[in-house]
Design a protein around this ligand. Structure first.
Ligand code: 2PG
Ligand code: MG
Length: 428
């Protein structure tokens, strides 16, 4: 058995040029590994705390030197000597040291850096690909919950961003992501080729119509100033057709509304000219109308993170035909997912490791959702790095979907390319 021998950390930059944490880890058998932590923009209030220095003289206060120091002085020494393959013990130790409900003492960015680096180290030390190690951890987590969960690694179907709005792009769209799901493709490489084809056709269609069809948002999706969300959906459907694919049969739409950011506690306030504030019931009508007129298979955060009753109603209206995915609503938090299952407030969960802060807690949330028959969508953040761990996480846990962003910008392509390599090994 190898043991963790050394843990180091440094401040590096993410895809928005903001500081983030990188952790390097070494084992007694000479194996080495590293992990980088991503960062969101449209964050939920239930997310674990990302520790920033707040020192305005450096990176406008966004530095992460305190988190780095917490890795080197507190978390790293505590992990030293532990077996990297025993993720649960490592993560429990990290949680104890932090001692807060939202990891605000040491920072979820510090904690996840160590947790994820340990998973990489275990895989390196036992010379298995990371997705196989994640599969092993997933089976163990399912065993602890007594839910079986016997699943072989499997390729996820991507949900790929085409048009960006909300907090991720400079345009005027309130909804954050208009995505394509190539669910009719026979395998992952074919689906990816379709996506690239649709993306290219969309760029051309936007340019021909006089909109910006080249500049992209944080996740690589186009960021045109369109009239409204309906026009965005229309453009994506036309791009699917222009790619010689059948909307609804080969590829469909997914939407991440990210509505928490335009909910004021009572109303949904769209910024469209002439828009009136919408009640929860009116927002639900808008979503039902969209899902009726367009081939929409998935709606994420259609309602805000505290609008539980609205979610229940939406689920009754659309739950049998559309994946209703909770992102801000659940924040990858097992307690919140449990609550959602009891209320029948959704039928899918978005999974972002840094929302909760450890590999073990992420897997437990996924196991709970899976046991309830929910779909699992592993997701990148809008601030990403070259770290491609989520590709392995999605395959190892046989998640139905992965949401990486668009097929532009290398922090996104690092994950798609990792999936292409994994597909050669697991097929599909
Ligand atoms: C989301 C994510 C990724 P962010 O809302 O699903 O698209 O965005 O990382 O900004 O929360
Ligand atoms: Mg989201």
């Amino acid at each position: 058995m190898a043991a963790i021998a050394k843990v180091r950390a440094r401040e590096v930059l993410d895809s928005r040029g903001r500081p983030t944490v990188e952790v390097e880890i070494a084992a007694s058998d000479g194996s080495v590994a590293s992990a980088l932590v991503p960062s969101g923009a449209s964050t939920g209030t239930a997310e674990a705390c990302e520790l920033r220095d707040g020192d305005a003289a450096r990176y406008d206060g966004l530095g992460v030197l305190r988190a780095v120091e917490n890795v080197e002085r507190v978390l790293g020494p505590a992990a030293t000597g532990l077996d990297p393959a025993d993720q649960e013990t490592i993560d429990r130790r990290l949680l104890e040291l932090d001692g807060t409900a939202n990891k605000s003492r040491l920072g979820a960015n510090a904690v996840l850096g160590v947790s994820l680096a340990a998973a990489h180290l275990a895989a390196a030390s036992s010379r298995v690909p990371l997705y196989r190690h994640f599969c092993e951890l997933w089976q163990r987590a399912a065993g602890r919950f007594g839910t079986g969960g016997k699943k072989a690694p499997r390729m996820p179907v991507p949900m790929t961003n085409m048009i960006s709005g909300g907090l991720h792009a400079g345009g005027n769209l309130d909804f954050q992501d208009f995505l394509v799901v190539p669910h009719g493709a026979a395998d992952f490489p074919t689906g990816l080729e379709w996506i690239v084809r649709i993306y290219r056709r969309l760029g051309r269609l936007l340019s021909e119509a006089g909109y910006e069809g080249r500049l992209v948002g944080d996740e690589g999706g186009y960021g045109p100033r369109l009239e409204d969300h309906r026009q965005a959906a229309q453009f994506v459907v036309r791009a699917i057709e222009a790619a010689k694919l059948r909307p609804g049969q080969d590829a469909s739409l997914a939407i991440d509304v990210a509505s928490t950011h335009f909910f004021d506690g009572r109303h949904y306030r769209l910024s469209l000219p002439g828009a009136v504030p919408l009640s929860s019931a009116e927002m639900i009508e808008l979503l039902v109308e969209l899902a009726t007129h367009f081939p929409v298979v998935s709606i994420e955060d259609g309602l805000a993170e505290e609008d539980w009753f609205g979610w229940q109603e939406l689920c009754q209206r659309l739950g049998d035909r559309v994946r209703l995915v909770g992102d801000d609503l659940f924040a990858t938090n097992a307690e919140r997912v449990k609550h959602g299952i009891e209320l029948q407030a959704a039928n899918s969960v978005l999974v972002k490791m840094n929302q909760v802060g450890t590999v073990t807690e992420t897997l437990e949330t996924m196991v709970l959702a899976d046991a309830a028959g929910w779909q699992r969508v592993v997701s990148a953040r809008s601030g990403e790095t070259e770290d491609a761990s989520i590709a392995d996480l999605a395959v190892g846990t046989a998640a139905q979907h992965i949401k990486i962003g668009s097929v532009a910008r290398s922090e996104r392509l690092a994950k798609y390319n990792r999936l292409l390599r994994i597909a050669e090994e697991v097929g599909g």
